[in-house]
Design a protein around this ligand. Sequence first.
Ligand code: PLP
Length: 437
Amino acid sequence: MTSDHPVAPGSSGTSPSPPPGETSSAAASLDAELLKRDFPALAQEVNGKPLAYLDNAATTQKPEEVLAALEHYYRFDNANVHRGIHELSRRATEAYEGSRKRLASWIGANGPEEVVWTRGTTEAINLVASSWGGANLQEGDEVVLTEMEHHSNLVPWQLVAQRTGARLRYVGLDDDGRLRLDQLPELLGPRTRIVSVSHVSNALGTINPVREIADLVRNHGALLLVDGAQGAAHHPVDVQGLGCDFYALSGHKLMGPTGIGALWARRELLEEMPPYQGGGEMIRIVEKDYSTWAALPHKFEAGTPNIAGAVALKAAVDYLDRVGPEAVLRHEQELVAYALEGLREIPGIRLFGPPEPTERSGVVSFSLSDAHPHDVATILDTEGVAIRAGHHCAQLVMKRYGVSATTRASFYLYNTREDVDRLLAGLATVEEIFGAS
Ligand code: PLP
């Protein structure tokens, strides 16, 4: 991956990362303290304490550059895309399509027409389940999912299975939060049409061996969708190298705005798939009884899109690319190692997910024997530490481990060891309150 903007991330103007082109080197590292200064939301106090934002698996904070791109678009370029023959529309279209090009090359797509803008991962998966699934699944066909999936990668398949009579089958989880890939060869049957799996688990942090899965699935003649909501933000993504057929991602998980995301798919699949929604922009000709479709990717983009979101997503991708996804992942894994060391000292703690930090991205999920996750989150909030408690939209994961909820801290490129210390100190307060009762 290379950067097309040879400037350091950040308003600070100093480079915390290696020069462009060296972002993939094994030596790349990042200076989280310096990067943090680029994120205005992180400079505030919450409940009288400096904010330690550890809820990045839910959504990430936005750097100045992304905020500036949004503002610039609305201040100067705001117009509808593709339609107007006037300067603002030209500028808006150029920025909007330029962002698509940037994302396409960043993830290794064969061209921008393979990238469909969506509201996020959820809509991207719904698009595939509804369009590809609706056209291709028949009664008795099988869709293979895993017990690790976010509801976004379960419910759309349940809906299409109900419509078509297809069957859903599941890869299980081992006790350490890894996929039971030994089960996959058996689950791939003569009726398997598609396998849909997360790149990285939002509830456990597990990084899945997508390439290995892709080889099995491809040899079997089925398709592979990868839910990259937690992948693209923390992990270098190369859709060709991964060997998948569909990759879904959300802009807000990688410092972009909410309401913008993308589906990447192989061109030949998109060519064959019917439109997902009807409306303006996605047609070529409209007659009384029928219409014909616009070229890719517009066939799947009905109505006025989230132009500002798409434009600002490019700023987020530029930022992430300059820091270097490899450096981000390594930084997160260092924080996970540090957090796990501290968490393991807490009496009555139960940790979920793989024991080795190198097997996961920046997520630590745990429960305490004495306190409910919601109480933990509430106490941490009073200490200015933002974490998440609940089922994390992964009820099958909760069921597998016999809990209704966990507490989850999730790190990103701007988190520091001090943030982890704040988490551990907050948990000591929880222990004082609940451990004594
Ligand atoms: N898949 C995973 C693994 C996620 O973590 C999330 C969001 O948390 C989603 C899908 C859904 O993403 P979005 O709500 O941005 O569509």
